[in-house]
Ligand binder design. Structure first.
Ligand SMILES: Nc1ncnc2c1ncn2[C@@H]1O[C@H](COP(=O)(O)OP(=O)(O)OP(=O)(O)O)[C@@H](O)[C@H]1O
Length: 250
Protein backbone atom coordinates (compact mmCIF):
# COMPACT_ATOMS: atom_id res chain seq x y z
CA UNK A 1 0.00 0.00 0.00
CA UNK A 2 1.17 3.53 -0.76
CA UNK A 3 1.53 5.92 2.15
CA UNK A 4 2.04 9.01 0.01
CA UNK A 5 0.91 9.60 -3.53
CA UNK A 6 2.42 12.68 -5.15
CA UNK A 7 0.96 13.93 -8.42
CA UNK A 8 2.23 16.77 -10.58
CA UNK A 9 3.81 18.56 -7.65
CA UNK A 10 5.45 21.88 -8.52
CA UNK A 11 6.99 24.09 -5.86
CA UNK A 12 8.15 27.70 -6.26
CA UNK A 13 10.23 29.85 -3.96
CA UNK A 14 9.11 33.21 -5.35
CA UNK A 15 9.85 32.92 -9.09
CA UNK A 16 12.28 30.04 -8.68
CA UNK A 17 10.82 26.63 -9.49
CA UNK A 18 12.49 24.25 -7.03
CA UNK A 19 10.35 21.15 -7.74
CA UNK A 20 9.13 20.28 -11.22
CA UNK A 21 6.23 17.96 -11.88
CA UNK A 22 7.05 15.38 -9.23
CA UNK A 23 5.06 12.17 -9.52
CA UNK A 24 5.86 9.53 -6.91
CA UNK A 25 4.28 6.80 -4.88
CA UNK A 26 5.93 6.18 -1.51
CA UNK A 27 5.04 2.76 -0.09
CA UNK A 28 4.10 2.21 3.55
CA UNK A 29 6.52 0.42 5.89
CA UNK A 30 9.41 0.81 3.52
CA UNK A 31 12.48 3.00 3.59
CA UNK A 32 12.76 5.31 0.61
CA UNK A 33 16.06 7.12 0.12
CA UNK A 34 16.40 10.37 -1.81
CA UNK A 35 19.75 10.99 -3.43
CA UNK A 36 21.06 13.71 -5.73
CA UNK A 37 23.52 16.59 -5.90
CA UNK A 38 23.40 19.51 -3.50
CA UNK A 39 20.60 21.96 -4.26
CA UNK A 40 18.54 19.57 -6.39
CA UNK A 41 15.45 19.83 -4.15
CA UNK A 42 15.65 16.78 -1.86
CA UNK A 43 15.02 18.69 1.39
CA UNK A 44 12.40 20.84 -0.28
CA UNK A 45 10.56 17.73 -1.37
CA UNK A 46 10.81 16.18 2.10
CA UNK A 47 9.36 19.32 3.66
CA UNK A 48 6.49 19.32 1.19
CA UNK A 49 5.33 16.03 2.77
CA UNK A 50 4.52 17.61 6.14
CA UNK A 51 3.93 21.15 4.90
CA UNK A 52 7.00 22.54 6.60
CA UNK A 53 7.35 24.68 3.45
CA UNK A 54 4.23 26.55 4.53
CA UNK A 55 6.55 28.36 6.91
CA UNK A 56 8.66 29.75 4.05
CA UNK A 57 7.51 33.13 2.79
CA UNK A 58 6.82 33.21 -0.94
CA UNK A 59 6.59 29.42 -1.24
CA UNK A 60 3.84 28.25 -3.61
CA UNK A 61 2.76 24.71 -4.33
CA UNK A 62 0.59 23.24 -7.05
CA UNK A 63 -0.32 19.62 -7.64
CA UNK A 64 -1.54 17.02 -5.19
CA UNK A 65 -0.03 15.10 -2.29
CA UNK A 66 -2.14 12.52 -0.49
CA UNK A 67 -1.34 10.73 2.76
CA UNK A 68 -3.40 7.56 3.19
CA UNK A 69 -5.65 8.91 0.44
CA UNK A 70 -6.20 12.30 2.12
CA UNK A 71 -5.16 15.49 0.31
CA UNK A 72 -2.61 17.12 2.64
CA UNK A 73 -3.00 20.50 0.92
CA UNK A 74 -6.81 20.23 0.95
CA UNK A 75 -8.92 22.69 2.91
CA UNK A 76 -9.94 20.01 5.44
CA UNK A 77 -6.39 19.17 6.43
CA UNK A 78 -5.36 20.22 9.93
CA UNK A 79 -1.63 20.96 9.66
CA UNK A 80 -1.03 20.11 13.34
CA UNK A 81 -2.58 16.70 12.83
CA UNK A 82 -0.50 16.24 9.67
CA UNK A 83 2.74 17.11 11.47
CA UNK A 84 1.85 14.71 14.28
CA UNK A 85 1.46 11.94 11.70
CA UNK A 86 4.56 12.92 9.75
CA UNK A 87 7.48 13.50 12.11
CA UNK A 88 10.84 14.89 11.12
CA UNK A 89 14.45 14.36 12.14
CA UNK A 90 17.05 16.86 10.93
CA UNK A 91 20.65 16.68 9.79
CA UNK A 92 22.03 18.29 12.92
CA UNK A 93 20.73 16.84 16.17
CA UNK A 94 18.55 19.59 17.64
CA UNK A 95 17.48 18.65 21.16
CA UNK A 96 15.66 21.39 23.01
CA UNK A 97 17.73 23.01 25.78
CA UNK A 98 15.91 21.09 28.50
CA UNK A 99 16.05 17.68 30.16
CA UNK A 100 15.86 14.39 28.29
CA UNK A 101 12.43 13.80 29.89
CA UNK A 102 11.10 17.22 28.85
CA UNK A 103 12.37 16.79 25.30
CA UNK A 104 10.39 13.58 24.89
CA UNK A 105 7.26 14.83 26.61
CA UNK A 106 7.20 18.20 24.84
CA UNK A 107 5.12 16.96 21.89
CA UNK A 108 2.68 14.82 23.91
CA UNK A 109 2.12 17.76 26.33
CA UNK A 110 1.40 20.02 23.35
CA UNK A 111 -1.19 17.47 22.29
CA UNK A 112 -2.88 17.56 25.71
CA UNK A 113 -1.28 14.68 27.63
CA UNK A 114 -0.32 15.86 31.14
CA UNK A 115 -0.77 12.84 33.41
CA UNK A 116 2.61 11.89 34.90
CA UNK A 117 2.06 8.13 34.61
CA UNK A 118 1.14 8.48 30.92
CA UNK A 119 4.12 10.71 30.22
CA UNK A 120 6.46 8.30 32.03
CA UNK A 121 5.16 5.51 29.86
CA UNK A 122 5.66 7.57 26.68
CA UNK A 123 9.23 8.40 27.71
CA UNK A 124 10.13 4.77 28.24
CA UNK A 125 8.37 3.56 25.08
CA UNK A 126 9.95 6.28 22.91
CA UNK A 127 13.47 5.84 24.28
CA UNK A 128 13.18 2.07 23.88
CA UNK A 129 11.87 2.63 20.34
CA UNK A 130 14.98 4.66 19.58
CA UNK A 131 17.23 2.03 21.19
CA UNK A 132 18.54 4.42 23.82
CA UNK A 133 16.55 3.61 26.95
CA UNK A 134 19.36 1.67 28.62
CA UNK A 135 21.80 4.53 28.05
CA UNK A 136 19.47 7.28 29.21
CA UNK A 137 17.15 5.77 31.82
CA UNK A 138 19.31 7.14 34.65
CA UNK A 139 19.78 10.51 32.96
CA UNK A 140 16.18 11.50 32.30
CA UNK A 141 16.45 14.68 34.33
CA UNK A 142 19.82 15.71 32.93
CA UNK A 143 20.12 18.27 30.16
CA UNK A 144 19.86 16.81 26.65
CA UNK A 145 22.63 19.17 25.60
CA UNK A 146 25.11 17.12 27.66
CA UNK A 147 24.64 14.02 25.48
CA UNK A 148 26.99 12.97 22.68
CA UNK A 149 26.02 13.84 19.09
CA UNK A 150 24.90 10.27 18.37
CA UNK A 151 22.86 10.12 21.58
CA UNK A 152 21.30 13.48 20.79
CA UNK A 153 20.23 12.23 17.37
CA UNK A 154 18.67 9.08 18.85
CA UNK A 155 16.96 11.32 21.41
CA UNK A 156 15.58 13.39 18.52
CA UNK A 157 14.30 10.19 16.92
CA UNK A 158 12.71 9.24 20.27
CA UNK A 159 11.15 12.71 20.43
CA UNK A 160 9.67 12.14 16.98
CA UNK A 161 8.33 8.73 18.09
CA UNK A 162 6.72 10.19 21.23
CA UNK A 163 3.69 11.53 19.34
CA UNK A 164 3.18 8.18 17.57
CA UNK A 165 3.68 9.25 13.96
CA UNK A 166 3.03 7.05 10.92
CA UNK A 167 5.88 8.47 8.89
CA UNK A 168 9.33 9.69 9.84
CA UNK A 169 11.10 12.08 7.49
CA UNK A 170 14.86 12.10 7.95
CA UNK A 171 17.00 14.79 6.37
CA UNK A 172 20.57 13.47 6.25
CA UNK A 173 20.23 12.11 9.79
CA UNK A 174 23.80 10.84 10.07
CA UNK A 175 25.84 13.41 8.17
CA UNK A 176 26.92 15.13 11.40
CA UNK A 177 27.85 11.85 13.13
CA UNK A 178 30.89 9.60 13.45
CA UNK A 179 30.87 6.11 11.83
CA UNK A 180 29.88 4.24 15.03
CA UNK A 181 26.94 6.55 15.73
CA UNK A 182 26.02 6.36 12.04
CA UNK A 183 25.92 2.61 12.16
CA UNK A 184 23.72 2.67 15.29
CA UNK A 185 21.26 5.02 13.56
CA UNK A 186 21.22 2.82 10.44
CA UNK A 187 20.43 -0.25 12.57
CA UNK A 188 17.72 1.72 14.30
CA UNK A 189 16.21 2.91 11.02
CA UNK A 190 16.00 -0.69 9.80
CA UNK A 191 14.29 -1.66 13.06
CA UNK A 192 11.81 1.25 12.83
CA UNK A 193 10.70 0.13 9.38
CA UNK A 194 8.49 -2.54 11.00
CA UNK A 195 6.24 0.14 12.44
CA UNK A 196 6.83 3.28 10.40
CA UNK A 197 7.25 4.52 6.86
CA UNK A 198 10.64 6.17 6.55
CA UNK A 199 11.69 8.70 3.96
CA UNK A 200 15.30 9.68 4.15
CA UNK A 201 17.50 12.15 2.32
CA UNK A 202 21.11 11.03 2.22
CA UNK A 203 24.31 12.12 0.50
CA UNK A 204 25.80 8.79 1.36
CA UNK A 205 25.09 6.33 -1.42
CA UNK A 206 26.46 3.37 0.57
CA UNK A 207 23.96 4.28 3.23
CA UNK A 208 21.13 4.26 0.68
CA UNK A 209 22.18 0.77 -0.43
CA UNK A 210 22.52 -0.44 3.17
CA UNK A 211 19.16 0.68 4.46
CA UNK A 212 16.67 1.64 1.78
CA UNK A 213 14.16 -0.48 -0.12
CA UNK A 214 13.63 2.15 -2.78
CA UNK A 215 15.75 5.01 -4.03
CA UNK A 216 14.72 8.16 -5.84
CA UNK A 217 17.32 10.15 -7.79
CA UNK A 218 16.66 13.90 -8.01
CA UNK A 219 18.35 16.33 -10.34
CA UNK A 220 17.58 20.06 -10.74
CA UNK A 221 14.20 19.72 -9.06
CA UNK A 222 13.09 16.70 -11.08
CA UNK A 223 12.81 13.01 -10.36
CA UNK A 224 15.09 11.33 -12.86
CA UNK A 225 14.70 7.78 -11.65
CA UNK A 226 12.83 5.91 -8.95
CA UNK A 227 13.02 2.20 -8.28
CA UNK A 228 14.11 -0.64 -6.05
CA UNK A 229 17.44 0.36 -4.51
CA UNK A 230 19.23 -2.76 -5.69
CA UNK A 231 18.09 -2.24 -9.27
CA UNK A 232 18.72 1.50 -9.36
CA UNK A 233 22.30 1.03 -8.20
CA UNK A 234 23.10 -2.06 -10.26
CA UNK A 235 21.19 -1.26 -13.47
CA UNK A 236 20.33 2.45 -13.63
CA UNK A 237 17.95 3.11 -16.50
CA UNK A 238 18.97 6.73 -17.04
CA UNK A 239 22.44 7.84 -18.07
CA UNK A 240 22.27 10.75 -15.57
CA UNK A 241 21.64 8.32 -12.70
CA UNK A 242 24.54 6.20 -13.83
CA UNK A 243 26.82 9.24 -14.03
CA UNK A 244 25.80 10.33 -10.53
CA UNK A 245 26.17 7.00 -8.79
CA UNK A 246 29.48 6.29 -10.45
CA UNK A 247 30.80 9.70 -9.41
CA UNK A 248 31.13 11.09 -12.92
CA UNK A 249 29.36 14.26 -11.87
CA UNK A 250 27.79 15.87 -8.89
N1 LIG B 1 13.69 29.01 1.71
C1 LIG B 1 14.16 29.06 0.47
N2 LIG B 1 14.01 30.18 -0.27
C2 LIG B 1 14.48 30.23 -1.54
N3 LIG B 1 15.12 29.21 -2.16
C3 LIG B 1 15.30 28.10 -1.47
C4 LIG B 1 14.83 27.95 -0.11
N4 LIG B 1 15.16 26.70 0.32
C5 LIG B 1 15.81 26.10 -0.71
N5 LIG B 1 15.89 26.93 -1.77
C6 LIG B 1 16.48 26.62 -3.08
O1 LIG B 1 15.81 25.50 -3.61
C7 LIG B 1 16.74 24.60 -4.25
C8 LIG B 1 16.62 23.24 -3.61
O2 LIG B 1 17.13 23.31 -2.28
P1 LIG B 1 17.12 22.07 -1.30
O3 LIG B 1 17.64 22.52 0.02
O4 LIG B 1 15.80 21.43 -1.33
O5 LIG B 1 18.18 21.10 -2.02
P2 LIG B 1 18.87 19.78 -1.49
O6 LIG B 1 18.90 18.84 -2.64
O7 LIG B 1 18.22 19.32 -0.25
O8 LIG B 1 20.34 20.30 -1.18
P3 LIG B 1 21.44 19.77 -0.10
O9 LIG B 1 21.75 18.36 -0.51
O10 LIG B 1 22.59 20.70 -0.29
O11 LIG B 1 20.82 19.87 1.26
C9 LIG B 1 18.11 25.24 -4.11
O12 LIG B 1 18.39 25.96 -5.29
C10 LIG B 1 17.95 26.18 -2.92
O13 LIG B 1 18.82 27.29 -3.03
Amino acid sequence: MDKFNVEHLDLYYGDFKALKDINLKLPANEITAFIGPSGCGKSTFLKSLNRMNDLVEGCKITGKVTLDGEDIYGSNMDVNVLRKKVGMVFQKPNPFPMSVYDNITYGPRTHGIHKKSQLDEIVERSLRGAAIWDELKDRLNKSALGLSGGQQQRLCIARALAVQPDVILMDEPTSALDPISTSKIEDLVLELKKDYTIIMVTHNMQQATRVSDRTVFFLLGEVIEDGKTEELFSMPRDKRTEDYITGRFG
